[in-house]
Design a protein around this ligand. Structure first.
Ligand SMILES: CC(C)(COP(=O)(O)OP(=O)(O)OC[C@H]1O[C@@H](n2cnc3c(N)ncnc32)[C@H](O)[C@@H]1OP(=O)(O)O)[C@@H](O)C(=O)NCCC(=O)NCCS
Length: 202
């Protein structure tokens, strides 16, 4: 099944299966540009810097288009709390090494530490495995403790190469993911889950 079909099926599931307090995951669609802009507003300057390595105040239309245009090579999964996009994980396959994809992500500050990124990255890994990706690569700041903790907590074989303030990380996706996703159809999608912790304001 192609990513775009998965995205459409998951988007449908999202609208059918809403439970208050439940976070829903689905692939982003071209209609999600506004949500991507709103998510940036829910990130502190520090979080923006950790994600983009520079101060980011807004996105240009071309930046947004890159987020929401999906293909076999670019997958973007969003976590939604009701209508609000609270997190994204995306992967971009390397043209030189097609079994590798660069991964990046962010979660709205108010929702940090609730397991949202863990869930997003696991889902992204399943989708990437579906299209033959075996490794994720990531560039992260060496002082970004949350993302390093996230990578450790995934429990996947990880290698890191330090380069000044940055670390180049290579994550080996678990072989079981290929087995878990083999034969899976879009309708097997779990429409939502209850994250850890309570969010007191939004
Ligand atoms: C990195 C980031 C995506 C993590 O998102 P999150 O939803 O808070 O992560 P999770 O709740 O899934 O936590 C994953 C693990 O990291 C740990 N963790 C999360 N934040 C932490 C922190 N501030 N300090 C220490 N550990 C932390 C969690 O305890 C969890 O481990 P566990 O499963 O063993 O308990 C989020 O902090 C973020 O958006 N940061 C800004 C953008 C960024 O840095 N992006 C990554 C660069 S591409």
């Amino acid at each position: 099944m192609t990513i775009s079909l998965l995205a459409a099926a998951r988007a449908r599931r999202h609208t059918r299966n809403r439970t208050p307090g439940t976070i829903h995951l689905r692939c982003l669609t071209p209609d999600d540009g506004r949500h991507v802009t709103d998510l940036l507003k829910r990130m502190s300057p520090d979080s923006r810097y950790q994600r983009y390595f520079r101060p980011v105040h807004s996105f240009r239309p071309a930046d947004i288009a890159r987020f929401v245009t999906l293909s076999r090579d670019h997958v973007a999964v969003g976590a939604f709390d009701g209508p609000s996009l609270i997190g994204i994980a995306q992967s971009l396959r390397s043209s030189k090494q097609p079994d590798r994809a660069e991964v990046a992500g962010e979660v709205a500050d108010l929702h940090h530490g609730r397991g949202v990124a863990t869930r997003l990255v696991n889902e992204l890994a399943e989708l990437a495995t579906d299209v033959g990706v075996t490794h994720f690569t990531a560039t992260v700041l060496t002082d970004n403790r949350p993302v390093l903790a996230l990578m450790r907590s995934l429990g996947w074989p990880t290698e890191a190469t330090l380069d000044g303030a940055y670390a180049e990380v290579l994550l080996t996706l678990p072989a079981e993911l290929a087995l878990a996703t083999a034969g899976r159809t879009a309708m097997d999608w779990d429409g939502g889950w209850q994250p850890r912790g309570a969010v007191v304001a939004s």
